[in-house]
Design a protein around this ligand. Structure first.
Ligand SMILES: [Zn+2]
Length: 257
């Protein structure tokens, strides 16, 4: 195979790594937004619970006021009953008193009901506030974790980018361009492993004489798959990238994804 192929295999490996790191980095803001959404939900629950409590408390005041009114009215009729002249007027007043007391009883029952409801609503507010507090704490922890991940990913990305520069340095300009063109078209992948006489990029059979050429250490040709267009390479024998100081380094078997 062409002597630059081992470098391209390495380049492919580091480019896949860079792409993965980038997509991980890009996913972080979304995770932050999702975490914020959880907080928004918890805040809304507190607001709803408080609103319900306010409503119940104003109902309670209304029933208290009504009860007081019936109580006052019953008292007023009782005062009047001492001064009435006729039995008929007395009976009428007694009737009014009984009615006011019955209404007072109803208002007191309603007050009691509404008090129980108010206690329940208060418990709900408390619970919602506790949940909000928990959500705030977990969001703070999650944000911290996401920030740590972001800084870790950025460091790895910087390292990978620096590594890429070193890897690409010995690759001739025309091959760099070819690699870049194919990678751009094929979602970041420009290289395809040939195994069992088959292109692992698309599955097409690779002709035996091409496999032979790929394996030959003296060949200077670059072969591309007739079907998917990826640059072909084999891992038998293991491709060695000649580094600038003349020593040979085994290329890491590149991903064929
Ligand atoms: Zn192919």
């Amino acid at each position: 195979m062409h002597p630059a192929i081992p470098h391209l295999i390495e380049l492919q490996r580091v480019d896949h790594q860079i792409a993965l790191l980038r997509s991980e980095l890009e996913s972080l803001p979304k995770r932050l937004r999702e975490a914020d959404t959880k907080l928004t939900g918890a805040r809304a629950e507190v607001a709803t619970a408080k609103e319900a409590l306010t409503k119940i408390n104003s109902e309670r005041k209304k029933f208290e006021f009504e009860g007081q009114e019936w109580k006052d009215r019953a008292g007023k009729y009782r005062d009047q009953s001492g001064a009435v002249k006729t039995n008929e007027a007395y009976r009428a007043l007694q009737h009014e008193i009984a009615n006011a007391e019955a209404e007072l009883g109803k208002a007191e029952d309603r007050q009691l009901e509404v008090m129980i409801k108010a206690e329940e609503a208060e418990r709900r507010v408390k619970l919602a506030e506790e949940r909000l507090k928990e959500a705030e704490q977990s969001l703070a922890a999650e944000k911290k974790e996401i920030e740590a991940q972001a800084s870790d990913l950025k460091k790895k990305l910087e390292a990978a980018t620096a590594e890429r520069e070193k890897i690409v340095a010995p690759v001739p300009e025309d091959l760099r361009d070819l690699y870049a063109r194919i990678a751009k078209r094929r979602g970041g992948t420009a290289m395809a492993l040939v195994r069992d006489e088959q292109c692992r990029g698309c599955g097409l059979r690779v002709l035996p004489h091409i496999v032979q050429e790929l394996r030959s250490e003296t060949s200077e040709e670059v072969y591309r798959c007739e079907s998917c267009g990826l640059i072909l390479y084999t891992l038998e024998p293991i491709p060695y990238a000649k580094s600038t100081d003349g020593s040979a380094n085994a290329a890491t078997p590149a991903s064929t994804a």
